[in-house]
Design a protein around this ligand. Sequence first.
Ligand SMILES: [Zn+2]
Length: 437
Amino acid sequence: MKNLVRILVGGAVLSGSALMLVPQDAQGYSLIGGSLGIAQRDHRLYNTFTASGANNNTTEDPNLPGYVGADLAIWKAGAEWGARPFGDGSGDPTQANLGDGGANFNFFWNGEASGIGGTNDNIHSPISGSSGGVLAYTETPISDGWRIRYYQSWSWQDGPGNVFSGIDLQGVACHELGHALGLGHSSVGGATMYPTISGTGTAQRSIATDDANGCKAIYGSLNSAMPQIDSLTGSLVPGGTVTINGSGFSSNMKVWLDSDIVDSGATGGQPFKIENLVGQNGGTQLTFTLPQTGWVTGSIHVKDATHNSHWALSEGHPFDAGGGGGGNTDTISLTASSFNPPVGSTITFFIGQGPVNGTYILYYSFTNTGTTINGHPFDIGPPDGQVGSGTLDATGAASFSRRVPNGAAGRTAYMEVYAEDSLANVFDSNMITISVP
Ligand SMILES: [Zn+2]
């Protein structure tokens, strides 16, 4: 069954004065009926846009690594509906935060497809020609999935900044994805699900309170049991050991990574899954070994395998293969010759994968509550002091030794590397824990 819902180009409907006539707390959303199950959270793009502006952004965003052009625009459109901020919430210059859904719902971006797929394969794609003022439409068999088509005749723009001419792909995709997840049109002016746009549609990128309320009406308000990803530590390379720091990690968890399998377009969209993982440290950590192949840079989600409720799939978090967990965070490796060194012994610290010829400081803290240094997030608490500092070599590495002081007896310290490159970009390492007997 097809249930076509379209977005139209508006005329003078959305004038400023008209907007002010609508109370901000008016409930205007409507529901198609039904919801997407956990297995239907994926979305992909068959990227055959012909407009010159649809794929002219060639700069990756650190918070959404691995994709550019129309791919990045549509990924962000889905991330905005997420339950929590995607990564640190940055990544879109036109809105303060990416991830404003607040419901038990998260889309899973899985890259490109190689065909338009069927009406329930969850693939975005252009369609030739035009249909009056219609920009795009969504075919929504709802619980089995959906398909979104964008009329090729429009001057689609991929951003990523504000779009001043043509039509903003991200804004329109955000609207159509609202249909895909089960929303009809809203009567609230300024809502992403309002049926028409004025201007380019950039404003539709950021969902309104009414849109979020509609999403909550379908999937429920965010359940605190939803697994949450705060940061990644470890080595994000094939064969590396990665630790996810967050909450809600039970004894039977899965990790979902982008697989980006370009197939016939009719099937696929499945994430690359790493299964049978057990939460540690009170459900705040999940550690896994990164397989050699089958996954690509993009995003990581955590799934509670013992539940199939809407809340069982976490929000997305950047997963930058070969680097760290988004932006410049945790890109440096730090380890030590011993994690339980006796007083008076010598401990050696090894730093790797830092900025070439950069400078570093190894901080220690007696708390691991997280802090910000020079505007950059760290896993350790506010530093209590420095273990050492110096210059990294031409491979971005350094090592040095220290005698474990007498005063360290019986104490636990958390350590993390701060580093800067020649352009004063800040990087940090994984956190290590040193417990002195
Ligand atoms: Zn619509």
